[in-house]
Write a protein that binds this ligand. Structure first.
Ligand SMILES: NC(=O)c1ccc[n+]([C@@H]2O[C@H](COP(=O)([O-])OP(=O)(O)OC[C@H]3O[C@@H](n4cnc5c(N)ncnc54)[C@H](O)[C@@H]3O)[C@@H](O)[C@H]2O)c1
Length: 456
């Protein structure tokens, strides 16, 4: 065993815990080893423990149990649901753990401040999983700004175009469908984007205003004759893009998105795989493992990923419901404006009805402009130079997995920070600004007022 290997505990072995943090440790054993887990779901706890060879006495069913013990590892990864971040984060830091905390930090301003202040008092590393800051694409934008090429920033305009099927998965049928029991979408989803905007602006936000459109996927828009479940013989099955059987059993919509992506080879392969799964499986035995695809979001439905298991989950669980019958109350779209200390003005539009998943950003400065498109199949930044009268396109390699490489770099940085090898990591006090903006935007949209952000 490498003496530099850090020991970690995982609180919440759900999708992020297993598929991001667990996977990182399995791929980088010289850096990270999970030696304990707290997870109430017995199947997830058992499979995580098996993968990481965690002995039974280090398997816990609740975060309070694992944190009753004195500190016995270097880092605590906290990947419980949004409303369950404050309790374990505070307790872990008070025990002396360094913490990687999932976003959102917490669901109220007070809880966010409490967590940040605790990290500073306890002098531990607290990193928030704002992985986009660590993606090559967004780092490049920051480098261009810092190089002075576009001069001083005047305005930043950002689009968060969230694909319709993933919005339906998370914010209509799934875990985040009720904003009052979880998190308003503007915090859950856009805290990443506000974080980028704050990073680029480089100063503190002072005012926010926002308008929101309520859910379109609601009973008044339900097509006539549609049953409450896609599995109950819906007459609109062939014309509804939200058909759960087509999304989860055949994964048709997400694959189509890749076909549209502009990457010809991948598009060809994806189209073949949709239409001729059995031929491909026969011709290329190694493809059996991957066809049909059973990763996220299908893996969220059930632990039994056979066709029968998925069908059962669709018939009985939340993900088989008609999107117009989910009793959801998250917004369909929200437009937000921010004023920063030095006069920079910024806007962010977020919505869940996009054909493709992408983020678009435009920054206009005193000497030039920068336009960026971060999406499946196309990643490009174009820098326009007003002084020279030229423009420079910068292309990136096709890479979408792990948030454009951001997850990997964030975790490498966390490891280096905990080992004391770098001071250059995003401190929680910086990350919290995006949460103040999100919560102010939510309030502004509900109350119809401009909200001032007070730092203390
Ligand atoms: N950074 C990102 O890009 C990103 C992406 C997706 C999700 N997230 C965030 O990650 C967090 C987890 O999301 P997820 O999709 O993995 O959710 P999930 O529901 O799959 O995982 C949460 C896990 O916590 C477990 N849990 C519940 N009560 C617990 C307790 N008392 N003690 C220990 N564990 C407990 C649940 O059983 C579940 O397995 C959320 O806050 C979410 O917003 C971040």
């Amino acid at each position: 065993m490498n003496k530099n290997q850090l020991k970690a505990i995982l609180i919440g072995a759900g999708d992020r815990g297993i598929n991001t943090y667990g996977l990182y440790a399995l791929n980088n054993p010289e850096d990270l080893n999970f030696i304990a887990v707290a997870e109430p779901n017995p199947d997830r706890r058992a499979s995580f423990s098996e993968a990481h060879k965690i002995p039974e006495e280090y398997q816990f069913s609740d975060w309070e149990e694992i944190l009753e013990k004195p500190k016995f590892a270097d880092i605590s990864f906290i990947a419980t649901q949004d409303q369950m971040h404050e309790g374990p984060a505070i307790k872990a830091m008070e025990l002396g753990y360094h913490v990687l905390l999932e976003k959102p930090i917490a669901t109220t301003e007070e809880a966010c401040k409490h967590i940040v202040e605790t990290s500073e008092r306890e002098k531990v590393v607290l990193m928030i999983a704002h992985e986009l800051r660590y993606a090559e694409f967004f780092i490049k934008i920051k480098d261009i700004i810092d190089s002075g090429k576009i001069g001083e920033i005047i305005t930043i305009n950002h689009y968060l175009n969230f694909h319709f099927w993933a919005y339906a998965h998370g914010f209509v049928r799934g875990n985040w469908n009720n904003r009052d029991e979880t998190t308003p979408m503007i915090l859950a989803k856009a805290c990443h984007d506000f974080d980028l905007i704050c990073w680029y602006a480089g100063v503190q936000p002072i005012k926010v205003s926002s308008f929101a459109r309520g859910p379109y996927l609601s009973p008044e828009n339900k097509p006539e004759g549609a049953p409450d479940r896609c599995t109950d013989g819906c007459p609109h099955a062939d014309t509804c893009q939200y058909n759960a059987i087509s999304i989860y059993l055949n994964f048709v919509q997400p694959r189509r998105e890749l076909i549209f992506s502009g990457n010809k080879m991948l598009g060809y392969f994806v189209r073949l795989s949709i239409n001729h799964q059995n031929i491909l499986r026969l011709l290329f035995p190694p493809a059996r493992k991957h066809l049909p695809y059973r990763g996220w979001p299908i893996s969220v439905l059930t632990d039994d990923l056979s066709d029968e298991g998925i069908m059962k989950a669709l018939k009985e669980g939340p993900y088989g419901r008609c999107v117009y019958a989910c009793n959801n109350n998250q917004v369909a779209a929200q437009v937000n404006n921010i004023e920063f200390e030095n006069g920079i003005v910024a806007s962010l539009t977020m919505h869940g009805h996009s054909t493709k998943n992408n983020r678009r950003i435009r920054i206009d400065g005193t000497k030039g402009s920068l336009v960026g498109n971060f999406s499946e199949g196309e990643m490009q930044i174009t820098v326009y130079d007003q002084v020279e009268g030229t423009y420079e396109p910068i292309k990136f390699k096709f890479k979408v997995e792990l948030h454009g490489g951001g997850d990997l770099r964030l975790l490498n940085t966390l490891i280096a920070a905990v080992r004391g090898e770098t001071e250059a990591y995003t401190k929680a006090r910086e990350s919290v600004q995006s949460h103040f903006i999100s919560l102010a935007a939510d309030r502004s949209a509900r109350e119809g007022k401009v909200i001032e952000i007070k730092q203390k």
